[in-house]
Design a protein around this ligand. Sequence first.
Ligand SMILES: [Zn+2]
Length: 322
Amino acid sequence: MRKLLLTGCGLVLALYLTPAVWLYGSEPDSGQTASASAPIQSGTPLTGEYSTVTVSIDGTPTELPLETYVAGVVAAEIPNDFPLDAIRAQAVAARTYAVYKLASGRPEAHPDADVCDDYHHCAAYRDIAVATASGNDLSRVQQAVEDTEGEILTYDGAPIAAVFHCVSGPRTEAARDVWGEDVPYLQSVVSPGGTAYSGYEDAVTLSATAFREKAAQAFPSADVSGPPDDWFKSSVRSDAGGVITVQLGGVTVEGTDVREVFGLQSTNFTITTTDDSITFHTIGYGHGVGLSQYGARYLAEQGADYTEILAHYYPNTVLTDV
Ligand SMILES: [Zn+2]
């Protein structure tokens, strides 16, 4: 399964602003078995020049100044009406992730480009010139990118995998609990203010028939022939509350796979059942690792500047110039 690394709140807006094909294209793919590959590579030290980036936009490699690309990512990932320091923090995270990708080398998925505009794989991208020409106000996004020009986060001298998400529960998730790899700067930290997000709590209900169909496809060894209240047992949760693993019909499955297969907003879920249906109740939106955009918004409203927000969500890192 693809891992949803950069899933900001801006994408929530995008779901309503873009054609249905985009919406369907962005849905989690179902019915596949999980890949064990960890998405976080150890950092590659900075060498050479990072002033331009080749972006695969709708499949066409396009060379852009790094700062233009960063502005396009920020525009796609966070609302322009957030506090400036929250957007500045997002800008540094987006720039850092871009440089991390540049330093890591081009992936097999697009050998002709450093990054692509698919947020399942790299990061969403929105052409600022096109967006502003059609009446969108992106002035704060542009200012935040200019204010932080060239700034990235490093750990041990290498750009970090500055993953981010829309909103987490009371705590963010550690990378170890979501992707199975311990990353010193992606640990669980408190993240207040999430309830300001209108979709902080969500629920997904499936009929027993629909659930069994999806489960049979994704987890064929699981026995879900019994009643719904027999399906799930013995969840193992992270400190942040996310389901790491759970027993489904006698088989151990990962919380991230349950999230993707049943279209949940997060792995932080609880379950209620009736005789012929199941409901997943979730808290938060996204994988919960790294910077929480709504958490950044809250901290900025409390007076934190972007360097403090970044230090909170990416502990043990250093803010430096690329
Ligand atoms: Zn990509």
